[in-house]
Design a protein around this ligand. Structure first.
Ligand code: PEP
Length: 263
């Protein structure tokens, strides 16, 4: 079977104070070292705490990610933060999260630009896909996943994206996150998660030669109780964690469940 190093992300969203963020980083860092966790770990704090977090985790293998970033060049965009600026601080970028799609009405157009710009800047890219409640109820999950994947591989930029993935498979991660499971306490059935991950891998193989090497995370109310079951799934290589990543002990337990030491 293809080697895919497990990867767990902690998406803090719009949470934490500055002091709280530093404390969380510190606790994750300490536990990560003490428990000898063998999982790639990425923390996504709010923009404002990125440099504080970076100062704390810099000497470790824990990566730092941004939850969003503009692809526009420096210039007249009041309030904007672009990937060129961010790349001085971060290692990774979250792209296409359902909250960006739904709250900010962002679409594939932005996501494909982010996927390419992030690759040019040497960043790890995690692209989030997943069906919402209505789409699940009406049986259109697979159609939605195919569209969300296909849309970023369309056109000339799509070819560039395929090339960037084929030349560096670990730099591209897909997070399968059923929107109805995010922050709700509802978790998709493990056999459904496995089926959807297999489907996602097959879709990726239409655009890339290395789909076997692409890591797929599950996201949606992952916690320390359900992590083992998810970690046991053949096509799931990690988790994207929201709420539970705000608690260091819980987050570390999830990282441990996905750790190569315990699989
Ligand atoms: C997320 O926002 O990506 C997420 C999975 O959140 P939660 O773990 O809280 O469901």
């Amino acid at each position: 079977m293809a080697e895919r190093r497990p990867i767990v992300g902690g998406n803090w969203k719009m949470n934490t104070t500055r002091a709280g963020a530093k404390q969380l980083c510190d606790s994750v860092l300490r536990g990560f070292t003490e428990r000898k966790i063998d999982t790639e770990v990425v923390l996504y704090p709010p923009y404002l705490w990125l440099t504080d977090a970076g100062d704390l985790i810099n000497a470790s293998s824990i990566k730092l990610g941004a939850q969003d970033g503009l692809t526009e060049e420096n210039g007249a965009i009041t309030g904007g933060i672009n990937l060129t600026m961010l790349s001085e601080v971060i290692d990774a970028l979250l792209i296409g999260h359902s909250e960006r799609r739904n709250i900010f009405n962002e679409t594939a157009d932005k996501f494909s630009r982010q996927l390419i710009a992030a690759s040019d800047l040497g960043l790890l890219r995690t692209y989030c896909v997943g069906e919402d409640h209505t789409q699940q109820e009406t049986g259109s999950t697979y159609e939605v996943l195919a569209e969300q994947i296909g849309s970023v591989f369309a056109g000339e930029e799509g070819e560039q994206l395929s090339h960037s993935i084929d030349s560096n498979p670990p730099s591209f991660v897909i997070a399968y996150e059923p929107v109805w499971a995010i922050g709700t306490g509802l978790v998709a059935q493990p056999n459904d998660v496995q089926d959807r991950a297999e489907f996602i891998r097959a879709e990726i193989s239409k655009y890339c030669d290395v789909s076997d090497l692409i890591r797929i995370q599950y996201g949606g109310s992952v916690n320390q109780k359900n992590a083992d079951e998810l970690a046991a799934l053949t096509d799931i290589d990690g988790a994207l964690v929201g709420g539970a990543s705000l608690n260091a002990e819980e987050f570390l337990a999830i990282c441990e469940a996905f750790s190569t030491n315990s699989r």
